[in-house]
Design a protein around this ligand. Structure first.
Ligand SMILES: Nc1nc2c(c(=O)[nH]1)N[C@H]1C(S)=C(S)[C@@H](COP(=O)(O)O)O[C@H]1N2
Ligand SMILES: [Mo]
Length: 316
């Protein structure tokens, strides 16, 4: 096992699928934290990066979203992970084809400390915290997911990005011998994604190693994936093996595949429709009626300032 996800181990695997049980465990964790119990989740206030301290916000958001959690079974059996197949059920079925051990990440480009780092040195158990975020796929479905991970910003700072680091590029594992999807030219493999450096440093940006208090299932992008909750799901690149700081805007897989449909920013925006469908509403997995899609997926208060002065219809 590469990364030990703290807490939760007291419960049997079989019990964890039921999210009322999950909610009880959250209560247990909160109480343990209050009494100073050594549970391993970071209880301290989150660091104030980019001048924003989100710790109070984060606690309130977690409380509000806990009631809306998508069932664990849905999160792990309805996936987009084209390396493991293009049907929503393929990634779970083919999950064992993704080899996650050992795993290391290469750090390159505009930084003072490039190199290759083993996953267990990159992510330390004591830094792992839980964040409940909405996930909005560009295909107009959504979920609410309790992720386990670390803030991306402080992690990137360890490699001392230079003043030329204006963007960050992420690359997924390229392993066509094992990953069946990479034997077909569905996308230009490996999958690549990118963020502007201030987006990457925003305290909502997370590098994820688990969900529902457990190791990240392969189908969800084990052992390490990005989660950027105010952007369409495809920005949240899975199974990351490389992080590169760059001066110029990196190319991204979906933009290369269809530039008119998938922009670099891809902020969730109910007012900018996909050329082939409306983005005004979404189907929350597990619900029958569609809901209204929220600007920046409900995170406008936290992130809108990143885009002040930008035409978000042009920079979609
Ligand atoms: N490498 C890689 N990352 C990926 C994808 C993919 O096909 N390959 N799909 C993206 C899309 S479209 C979405 S909606 C999310 C889905 O994440 P989930 O399956 O954990 O819900 O992963 C994103 N990350
Ligand atoms: Mo997606």
């Amino acid at each position: 096992m590469l990364i030990k996800i703290p807490a939760r181990h007291a419960l049997k695997e079989s019990a964890v699928t039921d999210y009322s049980v999950y909610l009880q465990r959250r209560e247990f964790i909160k109480k343990s934290l209050a009494t100073g119990g050594a549970i391993g989740l970071s209880a301290a206030g989150l660091p104030a990066i980019a001048g924003v301290d989100l710790s109070a916000y984060q606690k309130a958001a977690d409380q509000a979203l806990a009631a809306e959690l998508t069932a664990e079974k849905s999160i792990t059996s309805y996936n987009n992970f084209y390396e493991l197949g293009t049907d929503k059920k393929d990634p779970e079925k083919n999950a064992a084809m993704l080899k996650t051990e050992p795993w290391s990440v290469t750090i390159e480009g505009e930084c003072e400390r490039p190199g290759m780092i083993a996953l267990e040195d990159l992510i330390q158990t004591k830094d792992i915290e839980e964040r409940i975020y909405r996930l909005r796929c560009v295909e107009a479905w959504s979920m609410v997911i309790p992720w386990m991970g670390v803030e991306l910003g402080p992690l990137l700072q360890r490699f001392k990005p230079t003043s030329k680091a204006k963007y960050v590029e992420f690359t997924t594992l390229h392993d066509p011998a094992n990953l069946p999807g990479q034997r077909f030219p569905v996308l230009d493999w490996p999958y690549v994604e990118g963020l502007r450096i201030d987006e990457a440093m925003h305290p909502l940006s997370l590098l994820v190693v688990g969900l529902y208090g457990k190791q990240l299932p392969n189908q969800n992008g084990a052992p390490l994936r990005l989660v950027v909750p105010w952007k369409y799901g495809f920005k949240s690149i899975k199974s990351i093996v490389k992080i590169r700081f760059s001066e110029t805007q990196p190319e991204t897989s979906w933009n290369l595949s269809a530039a008119k449909e998938y922009g670099f920013y891809s902020n969730v925006n109910p007012e900018v429709n996909h050329p082939r469908w409306s983005q005004a509403r979404e189907r929350r997995i597990g619900e029958f009626r569609k809901r209204k899609t929220l600007a920046f997926n409900g995170y406008a208060e936290q992130v809108a300032a990143l885009y002040s002065g930008m035409d978000l219809k042009r920079n979609f």
